[in-house]
Design a protein around this ligand. Sequence first.
Ligand SMILES: [Cu+2]
Length: 268
Amino acid sequence: MLARVLTGMALGMWVVTYACLAQAYEVIDVKDGGVISGVVKLSGDAPAPEELLIDKDPEVCGKHLPRLSEKIIVDKGTKGVKNAVVYLVGVAKGKAFAGPNAGAADPHGHGGAGEAPVSSGGEYTLDQKECGFIPHVQVIPAGGEVELRNGDPLMHNLHSYSMKNSSFNESIPGDGKPVHKKFDYPEVIKVGCDVHKWMNAWIVVRDNPYCAVTAADGSFTIADVPAGAYKLNVWHEAASKEDLKKLTKDVTIEAKKEVKVDLEVALK
Ligand SMILES: [Cu+2]
């Protein structure tokens, strides 16, 4: 009986240990890493940009009309899709997360920080200006913290929709103190404002730094990838889960070489 209990305990501990090991990402010094670059393009015709109905607080929210939805932003020339997230899954070790402002100097927004306000503290930020979230899409590391700000002279309400991370629903008064939230588990989280229904943003929490938010022309670059075989996935808020699953690609990286991967997504 005792033996059986002990065996059960040992098995339980093994499961817990294994589960932790399976999630842990190890930061190593990546030498001679490879690069994955490409473009995420729209399949089919680009829909007409959707105009947002600004039916609340027009003196702040309606300063620049018409306001267009950020849900689907397609480059007319290249059909490149902005704000898609391209990422590698199941990466056990590699470079460290570059931090929130790594791409801030890049006007094309490689690394997803192109639109993010540069903060002195070097933290990830989600700002609200004229009743819109900035940035619309960002990637943060698991365990990372985001400073939620209100740059408007009116109240916003931050409402997150998540499964693994605890969700929140709280108000920030006009020009009020920022609120900090930590996200421990990889998943895609939608953030909205219950006061202004058109407002939304996405925080993509990843367990490894091999990911990129596509720029306005749909381009992305993922650098310093250790040589090896990987699976590459793409996410976009306007794509169906089934369609995104079909776009999973096997990518083999060789030292110091660049692999080009173009993806076509259907959006609606
Ligand atoms: Cu709001």
